[in-house]
Design a binder for this molecule. Structure first.
Ligand code: ADP
Ligand code: G6P
Length: 497
């Protein structure tokens, strides 16, 4: 038994590498790309799991025919590994109900998530949650060690698994280990609130490469590292590991900004399962069913307090109230995927959002003609594409967001340069989509101003609006998820070499 820098005890750790599996490329994330569902008759089926990480990594894994280690989305289930139709080997890791509550709902989503999202709600620090986090990270690392071939590349994903690089290095020194954080990395003074900050950081430092979305995330991370006994050299670069950090044990790792993106090829066709004509007819019907509003605003988010859904609704309500928008002429569609539903801050957010939807429709809707169309469920990719195409103005107004793929997905549906994007300056995507109507979501007047500028621009200055959209469209098309993955993986190879 040996102990890692994180204090996690690792049985069977050795310096030559433990028993290997036969997968040369392994991704490990808290979630598999599919969730296990139990039907009313007891039959088990699978459905796509939520979130941007899964959307971005699925095409990467399919391309590499790799192995994906993750949790099947329900507690106390341990299905056998299986291969998807597209050739990805899924290797489930069981989480018990206790793990679900303490590791997933607790430490991951009530401690780290709010801490890393700049304290939009107050993080809770709970010692038994930390113990569960360490246990579950050890379990994930052990599973990875059992499936990875000798010398394999392992790509560890996100805040739920920050101790995995350190544990895995002990178990399997032969592996090349990359780590990617899909959420923002906070300023050091916020990170330092974490009672287990040293163990957490040292667990990460055993990776060969750590990737963040943004230059500002790397800057925060490097500033934090300066207060430890690490040697730091190089400059912050995009799509390369410009920074090299050397730990006191002599291990060198690279750090860089790798902005994630979307699978643009999957967005090019309006529907995977029907013709263009059918898709156009469905779109027209949807618009008619809504009473043919001349401007459709759209929001698509997991129902998370970071996304600013309530504040967006309040801005819309004030615009209706003041007469700046005419309720007979506009509609707002809000798709909200259920997320982390038992955590208090999520329950409160849902209840506030639904109360606002009810109030706005109560004040401004006609019979059979809501002003806000709200759906609290996940929809298929085909249906989502239809909503993107239906929208005139996409509203992406998070208080804080690692990247926000929804903004890029919407832009990718605009080959004809139509429509407008209202985008929070606190979404990672704002670094690249500079031609959006940027707003500060903490400032309701600024949000209203951006919404109106987008609406008026489409009516009064369509040429200028087309230029803005065309520039964003080109940006997204030229920087897709393939570029993200290949840049990270080639920087990882170099860092290991
Ligand atoms: P996050 O990762 O925080 O959820 P992102 O915007 O980066 O935010 O990614 C969200 C992903 O989830 C996108 O790929 C989007 O298409 C998908 N998505 C969001 N809402 C829905 C929904 N109601 N139905 C289906 N997919 C959705
Ligand atoms: C974000 C996180 C992912 C997470 C996803 C969905 O994208 O970065 O790690 O998987 O949200 O959240 P959930 O808690 O349902 O996995």
């Amino acid at each position: 038994m040996s102990e890692t820098a994180t204090g996690v005890s690792v049985k069977g750790a050795n310096q030559t590498g433990g028993a290997a599996g036969n997968n040369s490329f392994v991704v490990v994330a808290n979630r598999l790309p599919v969730d296990m569902i139990t039907e009313a008759d007891g039959a088990k089926t699978w459905q796509a799991s939520p979130g941007g990480l899964v959307s971005a990594l699925s095409p990467v894994l399919e391309k590499h025919q790799g192995c994906w280690v993750g949790w099947p989305g329900v507690a106390d289930e341990s299905p056998e590994p299986f291969r998807t139709e597209r050739g990805v080997l899924l290797h489930p890791v069981e989480l018990t109900q206790y793990d679900y509550e303490e590791f997933y709902e607790g430490f991951s989503n009530a401690t780290l998530w709010p801490l890393y999202h700049n304290l939009i709600v107050t993080p809770e620090f709970n010692r038994s949650w930390w113990d569960a986090y360490r246990d579950v990270n050890l379990r994930f690392a052990t599973e990875v060690a059992s499936v990875a071939a000798h010398g394999a590349t392992v790509w560890v994903q996100d805040y739920q698994l920050q101790l995995v690089p350190g544990i895995l290095r002990q178990l399997r020194p032969d592996l090349t280990i990359g780590f990617f954080l899909h959420i923002p990395f906070p300023p050091p003074e916020i990170y330092r609130q974490l009672p287990w900050r040293d163990e957490m950081l040292r667990g990460l430092m055993d990776a060969d490469l750590i990737g963040f979305h943004l230059v500002s995330n790397v800057r925060n991370f490097v500033e934090l590292c300066r207060s430890y006994d690490f040697e730091i050299s190089g400059d912050i670069t995009i799509r390369e590991a410009g920074i090299t950090i050397t730990t006191p044990s002599g291990h060198k790792l690279g750090v860089g900004a790798f902005p994630i993106s979307i699978d643009t090829s999957a967005m090019a066709t309006p529907t995977a399962s029907g013709s263009h004509e059918e898709a156009d007819e469905a779109l027209e019907q949807m618009h008619l069913d809504m009473g043919s509003p001349s401007t459709v605003f759209l929001g698509v988010d997991r129902l998370d307090y970071t996304k600013g859904i309530l504040q967006r609704l309040l801005a819309f309500e004030e615009l209706l109230d003041s007469g700046a928008l005419d309720p007979a002429d506009v509609a707002l569609v809000q798709l909200a995927t259920p997320s982390r539903e038992r955590i208090d801050s999520y329950r409160i957010t849902r209840s506030n959002v639904e109360e606002a939807v009810g109030r706005i429709n109560g004040r401004f809707a006609q019979i059979g003609r809501p002003v806000v169309h709200y759906q609290h469920r996940s929809v298929s990719k085909d249906v989502l594409m239809r909503y993107y195409r239906l929208a005139d103005i996409m509203l992406v107004t998070p208080f804080r967001d690692g990247m926000n793929l929804v903004a890029k997905e919407f832009v990718a549906t605009r080959a004809d340069s139509s429509g407008a994007l209202v985008l929070s300056e606190f979404a990672g995507a704002a670094d690249e989509l500079t031609q959006a109507h940027l707003c500060n979501p903490f400032d309701i007047e600024d949000t209203k101003k951006a919404m109106l500028q987008a609406a008026w621009g489409l009516k009064d200055n369509p040429e200028m609006m087309k230029e803005r959209m065309a520039s964003m469209y080109n940006q997204v098309m030229e920087h897709d998820v393939d570029l993200w993955a290949s840049a990270f993986l080639s920087a990882l190879d170099k860092a290991r070499a």
